[in-house]
Design a protein. Structure first.
Ligand code: A3P
Length: 323
């Protein structure tokens, strides 16, 4: 009862706050600007209690990603890496469940189907494997102070935008948003969890400051050499592959299990979907579109590509981050 009341209070606090913040229409849901980050209103309501109630532990592993940059892939890889003593690859939970169902999203807990607040996260044994789309600035400062290990994944912005545009039109209920309109919003920083440049840069700087605790990855890097990336992630997370495992080819099999080809062809990923707060339903299949590098050329004009490249160069100038 007390828990329900506190949830109602949190909801109305969120509603009152949202009513005072800038809001922009256009994407599949409106976006609200909170502390320089554009969030879907329901995500914002969820993120408020996260800031107060989420208790980071030093053993936590946090998969932080910008949307449409390979979150599904990273979840599969990190889950398979950290749980490989528990499951044989031939009889693996990822063959039966979508990767989003095996890794807990921090900001989705408050209104999750599991019912209510962050107790579920508290109940998980260490090391907890958690995920978030929140920028570092919206996570509790304890995440950095406790020394949680963060694996961050981003993607070349033209491809991230292209993936996002397709996804938005898959999940929206009304008329599709045009490429031009979505592109203009993206370049103004107005995308879910955007501006994308702030998101990328916050984790990039944290990686430079604390490389032992923050691993910064790009989608393209994993695509280029998935085996190398998997070994790197495993080592970073303190689950390195032994010589015996490598000589048996366990690492190669893990890469194959998590590949686009294998995951996208499983029934678990071809059917069903995920309920997200705010009446949003994400079909599992919409999380596996093409899985290619450079698909932007098939959708965006050359001029759009150049415009975004110039913006990216401007925003990342002097940071050392390049695409
Ligand atoms: P495309 O839309 O370019 O195909 P997220 O998981 O963050 O929502 O990102 C979705 C993007 O990752 C989509 O890109 C999707 O196809 C791609 N993706 C999903 N699973 C993948 C996998 N196992 N390997 C490579 N790419 C994958």
């Amino acid at each position: 009862m007390e828990q329900l009341q506190s949830r109602i209070d949190e909801e109305s606090h969120g509603d009152n706050l949202i009513a005072t913040l800038p809001t922009r229409e256009g994407l599949s849901t409106p976006l609200t600007l909170f502390k320089n980050c554009w969030l879907r209103p329901q995500v914002l309501k969820n993120c408020l209690p996260v800031q107060d109630k989420f208790m980071p532990r030093s053993e936590d592993i946090i998969l932080a990603t910008h949307p449409k940059c390979g979150t599904t892939w990273l979840k599969a890889l990190a889950f398979a890496i950290t749980n490989r003593v528990h499951y044989a690859l031939a009889d693996h939970p990822l063959l039966e469940k979508n990767p989003h169902k095996v890794v807990t999203i921090i900001e989705a807990q408050f209104l999750s189907e599991r019912g209510g607040d962050l107790d579920y996260i508290e109940s998980l044994p260490s090391p907890r494997l958690l995920a978030t789309h929140l920028p570092l600035s919206l996570l509790p400062s304890g995440v950095c102070k406790a020394g949680c290990r963060i694996v961050y994944l981003c993607r070349e912005p033209k491809d991230a935008f292209t993936s996002m545009w397709h996804f938005e039109n898959k999940v929206r209920k009304g008329d599709p948003i045009s490429l031009d309109e979505a592109f203009n919003m993206f370049c103004e920083g107005c995308s879910s969890f955007g501006p994308f440049w702030d998101h990328y840069l916050q984790y990039w700087k944290e990686n430079l400051a604390r490389p032992q605790e923050v691993l910064f990855l790009k989608y393209e890097e994993i695509m280029l050499d998935p085996l190398k990336a998997v070994r790197k992630i495993a080592k970073f997370l303190d689950f390195p592959f032994t010589e015996e495992e490598e000589s048996r080819g366990d690492d190669k099999e893990l890469v194959r299990l998590c590949s686009f080809e294998v995951l996208s062809n499983l029934d678990a990923n071809k059917t069903g979907g995920i309920e997200r707060p705010g009446n949003m339903f994400i079909e599992h299949s919409s999380l596996f579109r093409k899985g290619e590098v450079g698909d932007w050329v098939n959708h965006m004009s050359k001029e759009m590509g150049e415009k975004l490249d110039i913006l990216v160069e401007e925003k990342f100038k002097g940071s050392g981050l390049q695409f």
